[in-house]
Design a protein around this ligand. Structure first.
Ligand code: IPE
Ligand code: IPE
Ligand code: MG
Length: 261
């Protein structure tokens, strides 16, 4: 598609965008690196936490759109292992916001049929935040309209380290031989063992890096980078990302059928 087509698409109304989506070509699993909250706040001379707060509205909207479209799984990067290096005030505000989100959204998630789970080294979280997380996980455990996975204190390398440790423990107990280790055995030890790999990764805020997110799982994911800051990323932006995804050709290393060598 050329630039003219893509700017024409951007002029379309929400309704027109939605009608262009092909239900059979929707991703089953979307992963999002929700970036740019701080810059959103700075642009308005507000404290960074105001951007994080506004970003919650975007999360809410993503959940609603995924449910409407029947997208099975949404994984959002909320706090990385590296984010522990931020100033303590920002970390405490973010943890407070996490508790606020879980306490205020819990009933809505249940009503919408959303199962919430978390991935990451959760034992680093403050006790009260962890309690809210565990409560939300338990209360939504029976739901399955949308699998919402929140990456918290998450690092892709740490996830692989944890998988290797699990395998070594099994080997130590004599339950695993070196030749038993293959890709699927490693996949079973990842935090995301019961989720399909993401079909689409969205990163907002103009950064074009992965920042230690889902390193194993993104091997063949379509990557979509947008300059839009996370608090501004709403229904329209997700529909545009989905339309772009539908234009991609996922080859997985194969050659196109119909093209002779
Ligand atoms: C993303 O927004 C949220 C978290 C990492 C917790 P940022 O806080 O990274 O915002 P920018 O990138 O500084 O604008
Ligand atoms: C990635 O954003 C982590 C989250 C969105 C939670 P960062 O803002 O922390 O990433 P870098 O530092 O720009 O790579
Ligand atoms: Mg950032």
């Amino acid at each position: 598609m050329d630039t003219k087509d893509s700017s024409a698409i951007e002029q379309l109304s929400l309704k027109e965008l939605a009608t262009r989506l092909e239900p059979d070509l929707l991703p089953k699993h979307i992963a999002i690196i929700m970036d740019g909250n701080g810059r959103w706040a700075e642009l308005r001379s507000l404290p960074r936490i105001a951007g994080h707060r506004e970003g919650i509205k975007s999360v809410r909207e993503m959940i609603t759109v995924c449910l409407e479209l029947g997208i099975h799984a949404l994984t959002i990067y909320a706090f990385s292992q590296e984010n522990w290096k931020r100033p303590i005030q920002e970390i405490s505000s973010l943890m407070g916001l996490l508790e606020y989100y879980l306490s205020t959204e819990r009933s809505k998630l249940i009503e919408q049929g959303v199962r919430l789970r978390t991935i990451g080294r959760l034992d680093s979280l403050p006790a009260s935040a962890l309690q809210w997380v565990r409560a939300a996980e338990q209360e939504t455990a029976h739901l399955d309209k949308l699998h919402l996975t929140v990456a918290l204190s998450y690092g892709g390398r740490a996830e692989i380290v944890d998988a290797v440790r699990e395998l070594l423990h099994e080997a130590e107990e004599g339950k695993l031989q070196p030749d038993d280790v293959d890709e699927s055995r490693i996949q079973q030890c990842l935090y995301t063992h019961d989720l399909p790999d993401p079909d689409l990764l969205v990163r907002t805020s103009g950064e074009t890096r992965i920042s230690n997110f889902l390193l194993w799982q993104l091997a063949y994911t379509e990557l979509y980078f947008t300059p839009t800051l996370w608090p501004d990323f709403r229904r329209r932006d997700l529909l545009l990302a989905l339309l772009e995804y539908q234009r991609r050709e996922r080859r997985f290393g194969r050659v196109l059928s119909g093209i002779s060598s």
